[in-house]
Design a protein around this ligand. Structure first.
Ligand SMILES: Nc1ncnc2c1ncn2[C@@H]1O[C@H](COP(=O)(O)OP(=O)(O)OP(=O)(O)O)[C@@H](O)[C@H]1O
Ligand SMILES: [Mg+2]
Length: 333
Protein backbone atom coordinates (compact mmCIF):
# COMPACT_ATOMS: atom_id res chain seq x y z
CA UNK A 1 0.00 0.00 0.00
CA UNK A 2 1.35 3.39 -0.94
CA UNK A 3 1.23 6.21 1.53
CA UNK A 4 -1.01 9.17 0.68
CA UNK A 5 0.66 12.18 -0.87
CA UNK A 6 1.79 14.89 1.52
CA UNK A 7 -0.92 17.33 0.49
CA UNK A 8 -3.62 14.79 1.48
CA UNK A 9 -2.15 14.62 4.97
CA UNK A 10 -2.14 18.40 5.20
CA UNK A 11 -5.73 18.54 3.98
CA UNK A 12 -6.86 15.95 6.54
CA UNK A 13 -5.10 17.90 9.31
CA UNK A 14 -6.65 21.11 8.02
CA UNK A 15 -10.15 19.65 8.11
CA UNK A 16 -9.62 18.32 11.64
CA UNK A 17 -8.40 21.73 12.71
CA UNK A 18 -11.32 23.47 11.07
CA UNK A 19 -13.69 21.04 12.79
CA UNK A 20 -12.09 21.72 16.16
CA UNK A 21 -12.30 25.44 15.53
CA UNK A 22 -15.98 25.20 14.58
CA UNK A 23 -16.71 23.11 17.68
CA UNK A 24 -14.82 25.67 19.79
CA UNK A 25 -16.86 28.50 18.30
CA UNK A 26 -20.04 26.60 19.11
CA UNK A 27 -19.17 25.89 22.70
CA UNK A 28 -17.95 29.42 23.30
CA UNK A 29 -21.11 31.09 21.98
CA UNK A 30 -22.83 32.56 24.98
CA UNK A 31 -20.29 31.20 27.43
CA UNK A 32 -21.06 32.63 30.85
CA UNK A 33 -24.63 33.66 29.90
CA UNK A 34 -27.47 32.28 32.01
CA UNK A 35 -29.70 31.74 28.96
CA UNK A 36 -28.31 30.84 25.57
CA UNK A 37 -30.64 30.47 22.59
CA UNK A 38 -28.56 29.30 19.67
CA UNK A 39 -30.30 29.41 16.30
CA UNK A 40 -33.55 28.11 17.77
CA UNK A 41 -36.15 26.90 15.30
CA UNK A 42 -39.68 25.82 16.21
CA UNK A 43 -41.96 24.60 13.49
CA UNK A 44 -45.54 23.64 14.24
CA UNK A 45 -47.06 21.16 11.83
CA UNK A 46 -50.60 20.00 11.63
CA UNK A 47 -53.51 19.73 9.24
CA UNK A 48 -51.17 20.10 6.28
CA UNK A 49 -49.91 23.53 7.30
CA UNK A 50 -46.56 24.39 8.72
CA UNK A 51 -45.93 27.42 10.90
CA UNK A 52 -42.35 28.51 11.47
CA UNK A 53 -42.85 30.18 14.84
CA UNK A 54 -39.11 30.56 15.55
CA UNK A 55 -36.73 30.89 12.63
CA UNK A 56 -33.19 30.65 13.97
CA UNK A 57 -33.51 32.84 17.02
CA UNK A 58 -30.34 33.86 18.89
CA UNK A 59 -30.58 35.40 22.35
CA UNK A 60 -28.22 35.69 25.29
CA UNK A 61 -29.34 36.70 28.77
CA UNK A 62 -26.87 37.35 31.54
CA UNK A 63 -27.50 36.31 35.15
CA UNK A 64 -29.19 39.12 37.05
CA UNK A 65 -30.79 40.84 34.06
CA UNK A 66 -34.40 42.03 33.89
CA UNK A 67 -35.43 42.00 30.25
CA UNK A 68 -38.65 42.92 28.49
CA UNK A 69 -39.58 41.07 25.32
CA UNK A 70 -41.87 42.78 22.84
CA UNK A 71 -43.18 41.91 19.39
CA UNK A 72 -46.32 41.74 17.28
CA UNK A 73 -48.91 39.08 17.90
CA UNK A 74 -47.71 35.80 16.40
CA UNK A 75 -44.04 36.80 16.34
CA UNK A 76 -43.03 33.82 18.51
CA UNK A 77 -42.78 35.23 22.04
CA UNK A 78 -44.88 32.60 23.79
CA UNK A 79 -43.26 29.86 21.73
CA UNK A 80 -39.89 30.93 23.09
CA UNK A 81 -41.23 31.25 26.65
CA UNK A 82 -42.66 27.71 26.48
CA UNK A 83 -39.31 26.36 25.35
CA UNK A 84 -37.43 28.21 28.09
CA UNK A 85 -39.97 26.93 30.61
CA UNK A 86 -39.16 23.36 29.58
CA UNK A 87 -42.74 22.79 28.38
CA UNK A 88 -41.82 22.50 24.69
CA UNK A 89 -38.68 21.59 22.75
CA UNK A 90 -37.20 23.29 19.69
CA UNK A 91 -37.35 21.64 16.27
CA UNK A 92 -33.69 22.64 15.76
CA UNK A 93 -31.05 24.70 17.50
CA UNK A 94 -29.98 24.66 21.11
CA UNK A 95 -31.25 26.20 24.31
CA UNK A 96 -29.09 26.24 27.41
CA UNK A 97 -30.19 27.58 30.78
CA UNK A 98 -27.72 27.70 33.68
CA UNK A 99 -25.46 25.30 31.82
CA UNK A 100 -28.19 22.74 31.16
CA UNK A 101 -28.94 21.83 27.56
CA UNK A 102 -32.76 21.73 27.55
CA UNK A 103 -32.82 19.46 24.50
CA UNK A 104 -30.77 16.80 26.27
CA UNK A 105 -32.76 16.47 29.52
CA UNK A 106 -34.25 13.13 30.52
CA UNK A 107 -37.91 13.17 31.59
CA UNK A 108 -36.82 13.24 35.24
CA UNK A 109 -34.30 16.03 34.70
CA UNK A 110 -36.93 18.03 32.81
CA UNK A 111 -39.31 17.71 35.74
CA UNK A 112 -36.63 18.93 38.15
CA UNK A 113 -35.79 21.76 35.75
CA UNK A 114 -39.41 22.88 35.62
CA UNK A 115 -39.90 22.60 39.36
CA UNK A 116 -36.66 24.13 40.59
CA UNK A 117 -34.63 25.99 37.99
CA UNK A 118 -37.34 28.05 36.33
CA UNK A 119 -40.49 29.77 37.48
CA UNK A 120 -43.29 30.98 35.23
CA UNK A 121 -46.22 33.32 35.39
CA UNK A 122 -48.81 33.41 32.61
CA UNK A 123 -51.20 36.10 31.51
CA UNK A 124 -54.33 34.25 32.59
CA UNK A 125 -54.53 34.57 36.35
CA UNK A 126 -56.55 31.33 36.44
CA UNK A 127 -53.64 29.39 34.92
CA UNK A 128 -51.22 30.40 37.65
CA UNK A 129 -52.90 29.45 40.92
CA UNK A 130 -54.92 26.57 42.30
CA UNK A 131 -58.35 28.16 42.93
CA UNK A 132 -59.21 26.13 46.02
CA UNK A 133 -55.97 26.93 47.88
CA UNK A 134 -55.10 30.11 49.77
CA UNK A 135 -52.19 32.29 48.69
CA UNK A 136 -49.97 30.73 51.36
CA UNK A 137 -50.99 27.21 50.35
CA UNK A 138 -50.32 28.01 46.69
CA UNK A 139 -46.81 29.18 47.52
CA UNK A 140 -46.06 26.22 49.79
CA UNK A 141 -47.26 23.60 47.25
CA UNK A 142 -44.09 23.59 45.08
CA UNK A 143 -42.01 23.52 48.25
CA UNK A 144 -43.87 20.42 49.44
CA UNK A 145 -43.03 18.69 46.14
CA UNK A 146 -39.38 19.60 46.71
CA UNK A 147 -39.44 18.03 50.17
CA UNK A 148 -39.29 21.15 52.34
CA UNK A 149 -40.37 20.69 55.96
CA UNK A 150 -43.71 22.23 56.87
CA UNK A 151 -42.38 24.92 59.18
CA UNK A 152 -39.71 26.00 56.70
CA UNK A 153 -42.11 26.14 53.79
CA UNK A 154 -44.58 28.25 55.75
CA UNK A 155 -41.78 30.61 56.72
CA UNK A 156 -40.61 30.82 53.12
CA UNK A 157 -44.16 31.46 51.86
CA UNK A 158 -44.80 34.23 54.36
CA UNK A 159 -41.43 35.80 53.59
CA UNK A 160 -42.21 35.88 49.85
CA UNK A 161 -45.76 37.18 50.31
CA UNK A 162 -44.38 39.87 52.59
CA UNK A 163 -41.59 40.97 50.22
CA UNK A 164 -44.10 41.17 47.36
CA UNK A 165 -46.54 43.21 49.45
CA UNK A 166 -49.37 40.67 49.67
CA UNK A 167 -49.00 39.27 53.19
CA UNK A 168 -52.61 40.39 53.78
CA UNK A 169 -53.75 37.81 51.19
CA UNK A 170 -52.03 34.83 52.88
CA UNK A 171 -55.27 33.18 53.94
CA UNK A 172 -57.43 34.15 50.96
CA UNK A 173 -58.27 32.01 47.97
CA UNK A 174 -57.71 33.61 44.54
CA UNK A 175 -61.38 34.50 44.02
CA UNK A 176 -61.11 36.78 47.07
CA UNK A 177 -58.09 38.67 45.71
CA UNK A 178 -57.78 41.37 43.06
CA UNK A 179 -56.21 40.51 39.69
CA UNK A 180 -52.98 42.23 40.70
CA UNK A 181 -52.86 40.40 44.03
CA UNK A 182 -53.41 37.11 42.21
CA UNK A 183 -50.53 37.84 39.84
CA UNK A 184 -48.25 38.82 42.70
CA UNK A 185 -49.19 35.57 44.46
CA UNK A 186 -48.37 33.79 41.20
CA UNK A 187 -44.94 35.46 41.21
CA UNK A 188 -44.41 34.35 44.83
CA UNK A 189 -45.40 30.79 43.86
CA UNK A 190 -43.08 30.84 40.85
CA UNK A 191 -40.23 32.02 43.08
CA UNK A 192 -40.83 29.53 45.89
CA UNK A 193 -38.06 27.13 44.89
CA UNK A 194 -35.59 29.96 44.26
CA UNK A 195 -35.39 29.49 40.48
CA UNK A 196 -32.57 31.33 38.74
CA UNK A 197 -34.88 32.29 35.87
CA UNK A 198 -38.35 33.78 36.18
CA UNK A 199 -40.45 33.89 33.01
CA UNK A 200 -43.58 36.00 32.80
CA UNK A 201 -45.68 35.92 29.60
CA UNK A 202 -47.79 39.09 29.56
CA UNK A 203 -48.41 38.96 33.32
CA UNK A 204 -50.11 42.35 33.22
CA UNK A 205 -52.16 41.73 30.06
CA UNK A 206 -55.46 41.42 31.92
CA UNK A 207 -54.84 44.30 34.35
CA UNK A 208 -55.46 48.04 34.39
CA UNK A 209 -52.39 50.25 34.29
CA UNK A 210 -51.95 51.02 37.99
CA UNK A 211 -52.42 47.36 38.96
CA UNK A 212 -50.02 46.43 36.17
CA UNK A 213 -47.46 48.73 37.76
CA UNK A 214 -47.76 46.86 41.10
CA UNK A 215 -47.20 43.55 39.33
CA UNK A 216 -44.23 44.92 37.43
CA UNK A 217 -42.82 46.28 40.72
CA UNK A 218 -43.09 42.72 42.10
CA UNK A 219 -41.04 41.46 39.14
CA UNK A 220 -38.45 44.16 39.86
CA UNK A 221 -38.33 43.04 43.49
CA UNK A 222 -37.86 39.44 42.33
CA UNK A 223 -34.91 40.69 40.29
CA UNK A 224 -33.22 43.12 42.67
CA UNK A 225 -34.01 41.67 46.09
CA UNK A 226 -34.39 37.97 45.37
CA UNK A 227 -31.73 37.74 42.67
CA UNK A 228 -33.87 36.15 39.96
CA UNK A 229 -33.10 36.80 36.31
CA UNK A 230 -36.40 37.93 34.81
CA UNK A 231 -37.72 37.77 31.26
CA UNK A 232 -41.11 39.44 30.85
CA UNK A 233 -43.20 39.54 27.68
CA UNK A 234 -45.24 42.69 27.51
CA UNK A 235 -47.26 44.85 25.14
CA UNK A 236 -47.22 47.62 27.73
CA UNK A 237 -44.79 50.45 26.85
CA UNK A 238 -44.95 51.64 30.48
CA UNK A 239 -43.35 48.33 31.46
CA UNK A 240 -40.83 48.06 28.64
CA UNK A 241 -39.67 51.64 29.26
CA UNK A 242 -38.68 50.80 32.83
CA UNK A 243 -36.22 48.04 32.02
CA UNK A 244 -32.63 48.46 30.92
CA UNK A 245 -32.92 46.07 28.01
CA UNK A 246 -35.86 45.40 25.70
CA UNK A 247 -35.59 42.68 23.08
CA UNK A 248 -37.93 42.86 20.09
CA UNK A 249 -38.89 39.71 18.22
CA UNK A 250 -40.03 39.81 14.62
CA UNK A 251 -40.99 36.81 12.52
CA UNK A 252 -39.41 34.34 14.93
CA UNK A 253 -36.07 36.13 15.33
CA UNK A 254 -34.66 38.78 17.61
CA UNK A 255 -34.73 41.89 15.42
CA UNK A 256 -33.75 44.80 17.64
CA UNK A 257 -32.75 45.68 21.17
CA UNK A 258 -33.24 48.86 23.09
CA UNK A 259 -30.77 49.59 25.86
CA UNK A 260 -31.53 52.24 28.45
CA UNK A 261 -29.27 53.88 30.95
CA UNK A 262 -29.48 56.88 33.23
CA UNK A 263 -27.30 59.93 32.74
CA UNK A 264 -27.30 63.31 34.47
CA UNK A 265 -28.17 66.52 32.61
CA UNK A 266 -26.37 69.83 33.26
CA UNK A 267 -28.66 70.52 36.24
CA UNK A 268 -27.82 67.16 37.77
CA UNK A 269 -31.25 65.68 37.01
CA UNK A 270 -31.38 62.03 36.06
CA UNK A 271 -32.28 61.55 32.42
CA UNK A 272 -33.06 58.16 30.96
CA UNK A 273 -31.51 57.57 27.57
CA UNK A 274 -32.66 54.85 25.21
CA UNK A 275 -30.66 53.62 22.25
CA UNK A 276 -32.14 51.20 19.74
CA UNK A 277 -29.86 48.66 18.08
CA UNK A 278 -30.52 46.25 15.25
CA UNK A 279 -29.46 42.73 16.16
CA UNK A 280 -26.65 41.25 14.11
CA UNK A 281 -26.94 37.50 14.39
CA UNK A 282 -24.10 35.04 14.11
CA UNK A 283 -24.89 34.36 10.46
CA UNK A 284 -24.41 38.09 9.81
CA UNK A 285 -28.14 38.75 9.39
CA UNK A 286 -29.69 42.09 10.32
CA UNK A 287 -33.40 42.83 10.05
CA UNK A 288 -33.88 46.27 8.56
CA UNK A 289 -36.88 47.96 10.18
CA UNK A 290 -39.88 47.89 7.86
CA UNK A 291 -40.41 51.66 8.10
CA UNK A 292 -36.88 52.22 6.79
CA UNK A 293 -37.07 49.71 3.94
CA UNK A 294 -40.47 51.07 2.87
CA UNK A 295 -39.29 54.66 2.99
CA UNK A 296 -36.34 53.88 0.71
CA UNK A 297 -38.31 51.39 -1.39
CA UNK A 298 -35.90 48.59 -0.61
CA UNK A 299 -37.06 45.20 -1.79
CA UNK A 300 -35.49 41.86 -2.62
CA UNK A 301 -31.93 43.14 -2.69
CA UNK A 302 -29.85 46.10 -1.57
CA UNK A 303 -26.36 47.31 -2.31
CA UNK A 304 -23.81 47.39 0.51
CA UNK A 305 -20.52 49.16 0.87
CA UNK A 306 -18.06 49.16 3.72
CA UNK A 307 -17.08 52.76 4.50
CA UNK A 308 -14.58 54.10 7.03
CA UNK A 309 -16.71 53.63 10.12
CA UNK A 310 -19.99 52.17 8.90
CA UNK A 311 -21.67 50.03 6.29
CA UNK A 312 -23.91 51.83 3.79
CA UNK A 313 -27.10 50.22 2.46
CA UNK A 314 -28.62 51.46 -0.83
CA UNK A 315 -31.79 50.49 -2.65
CA UNK A 316 -31.35 48.66 -5.92
CA UNK A 317 -33.12 50.70 -8.63
CA UNK A 318 -33.06 50.28 -12.37
CA UNK A 319 -30.63 52.70 -14.07
CA UNK A 320 -32.24 55.94 -15.21
CA UNK A 321 -34.71 56.15 -12.34
CA UNK A 322 -34.37 58.87 -9.81
CA UNK A 323 -31.81 57.21 -7.59
CA UNK A 324 -30.19 58.42 -4.41
CA UNK A 325 -26.43 58.65 -3.99
CA UNK A 326 -24.94 55.39 -5.18
CA UNK A 327 -22.42 53.54 -3.09
CA UNK A 328 -19.72 54.74 -5.49
CA UNK A 329 -20.73 58.42 -5.27
CA UNK A 330 -21.02 58.25 -1.53
CA UNK A 331 -17.62 56.64 -1.19
CA UNK A 332 -16.10 59.32 -3.40
CA UNK A 333 -17.68 62.17 -1.44
N1 LIG B 1 -49.62 24.90 19.20
C1 LIG B 1 -49.52 25.55 18.03
N2 LIG B 1 -49.82 24.94 16.85
C2 LIG B 1 -49.70 25.59 15.68
N3 LIG B 1 -49.28 26.86 15.55
C3 LIG B 1 -48.98 27.52 16.68
C4 LIG B 1 -49.09 26.92 17.98
N4 LIG B 1 -48.72 27.83 18.91
C5 LIG B 1 -48.40 28.94 18.23
N5 LIG B 1 -48.55 28.76 16.90
C6 LIG B 1 -48.25 29.74 15.84
O1 LIG B 1 -46.90 30.14 15.99
C7 LIG B 1 -46.74 31.53 15.76
C8 LIG B 1 -46.13 32.18 16.99
O2 LIG B 1 -47.08 32.10 18.05
P1 LIG B 1 -46.80 32.65 19.51
O3 LIG B 1 -47.92 32.20 20.38
O4 LIG B 1 -45.43 32.28 19.93
O5 LIG B 1 -46.89 34.23 19.27
P2 LIG B 1 -46.82 35.43 20.31
O6 LIG B 1 -45.68 36.31 19.87
O7 LIG B 1 -46.79 34.91 21.69
O8 LIG B 1 -48.18 36.21 20.02
P3 LIG B 1 -49.19 36.99 21.04
O9 LIG B 1 -48.60 38.35 21.26
O10 LIG B 1 -50.47 37.04 20.30
O11 LIG B 1 -49.28 36.20 22.31
C9 LIG B 1 -48.12 32.05 15.39
O12 LIG B 1 -48.22 32.09 14.00
C10 LIG B 1 -49.06 31.02 15.98
O13 LIG B 1 -50.24 30.95 15.23
MG1 LIG C 1 -48.10 35.02 23.32
Amino acid sequence: MTSPPDNAIVAAGGIAELGAEAAGARTSYGEGALVVCDQVVRIYTGEGIEVQALQGLDLLIGAGELIAMVGASGSGKSTLMNILAGLDTPTAGRVRVAGQDLGALSAKERLIYRRQRVGFVWQQTSRNLLPYLTAKQNVTTPLRFSGWRRRLREERAMELLDILGIAHCANRVPSRMSGGEQQRTAIATALANEPQLLLADEPTGELDSSTAQDVFAALQTANTELGATVLVVTHDPAVSHQVQRTVAIRDGRTSSETLRHDTADELGNTVRQAVEYAVLDRAGRVQLPREMTERHQMRDRVRLRSLDDHIGVWPDRPAGLDRPASPEQDGAA
